[in-house]
Design a protein around this ligand. Sequence first.
Ligand code: NDP
Length: 474
Amino acid sequence: EKAQIGVTGLAVMGRNLARNFARHGHTVALHNRSYGRTKELVEEYGHEGSFIPSESAEDFVASLERPRRVVIMVKAGKATDAVIDEFAPLLEKGDMLIDAGNAHFADTRRREAALKEMGLHFVGTGVSGGEEGALHGPSIMPGGSKESYESLGPLLEDISAKVDGEPCCVHVGPDGAGHFVKMVHNGIEYADMQLIAEAYDLLRSVGGHSPAEIAEIFKGWNEGRLGSYLIEITAEVLKQTDAETGKPFVDIVVDQAEQKGTGRWTVQAALDLGVPVSGIAESVFARALSGDPKVRAAAANLPGPSATAGAGGDNLQADVEQALFASKIVAYAQGFQQIQAASAEYGWDIDPGAMAKIWRDGCIIRAKFLDFIKQAFDKTPDLPSLLVDDYFLDAVSGAQEAWRRVVATAAQQGIPAPGFASALAYYDGLRAKRLPAALIQGQRDFFGAHTYRRVDKDGSFHTMWGADRNEVTA
Ligand code: NDP
């Protein structure tokens, strides 16, 4: 018997994906650079399904039915290239190499183009949900050719998370589209986490609530429109008490947030595309600020506000919920705009509503409100911004007074809330009838003769700033 699918790279993610395939009745070929992991998987989980372990890449390839489907789940970067270089010569026309690691989409585009020349399908695939997701049903975002999805899609849909029986897996688009969308998913995840952290900080510093009390507040919010995996686990983390000291767990952890880089990639890609993902950027920068103890120590005595002007008022809790929801909508609006911009730039033809649909379960940002995002794009596929969809417009306009109070309170009391504040600035920027960008155009024309357009007639113009200040047609 031959295997329907193979997995090479059997650390925690690869092992769990392989087990997931096997638990769904597929025969799974197994391979890892060092044989120890392969042996261990079969010894510990062999009873869960049908596995064909191989020590050599040649035997592994030979154990697969054609066209071969080889999932690569190794450390992203050089390791992925090493594995591709090892396997590509062993494969035949029409076979598929599926990179399920967290690759940068530009690497995926490069690899796809190179393997296409050899007649192979390279499928860069986003997989979200961590190790639990990999085992029990992740959200899966495959790129690559349509043809490869016809052969591979059913297997991926099989092991993905399901919402009302519908798989959290869809063909995202060609070449690097899958990894791009996974990257933006992670960027949105950064923003979501930052906003939740700011909400906690305000409830604690302004509201005077204990972590345990805030855990209860989050639990309550999780029952409402904010209902999501991240809100749920936040309540669990806040509830936790350190066994050794009896202190709240959140107080014994060093306050320096780390990152593996996908948030940074999202912002870098957004800069290249010219899409303002300020919410994601603030969250990446907030982690960077937290992680710089030297500058923080040097700045620790910078003066704060003289008096903590009044507390946040009786409605603090409700206000923060509104600010959190509105800011979250902004972060998602920005992330989806980035997906739409990349789709246009690279000709990916991504259906944004389908992305919202496959993020409803299995992944870290799974949330109730993704249903509304899906509906918004179903209704208007080329929606210019989520903020102008009826549901989100209502939510944000309903939230805005509270949102402004929260941002003002944070500023008055000296509590950093870059996520809330920049989301609000973005909202006000988008809705502004006139922006001071006109003045910037004037400055640019003054020092660099960069020209400007007029509101009242067509063409480009330049003012002779250094001479008679008369306007000329540029
Ligand atoms: P790691 O990222 O820790 O990678 C370990 C695996 O890579 C091992 O199988 C290792 O083989 C193999 N490897 C490393 N270098 C090479 C090389 N030069 N040649 C061949 N194989 C090599 O494993 P994870 O399971 O944590 O993650 C796998 C991928 O999944 C990564 O790209 C990660 O970014 C992504 N991912 C991880 C998530 C998570 O929650 N951990 C979530 C979503 C995606 P050996 O055993 O021989 O050392």
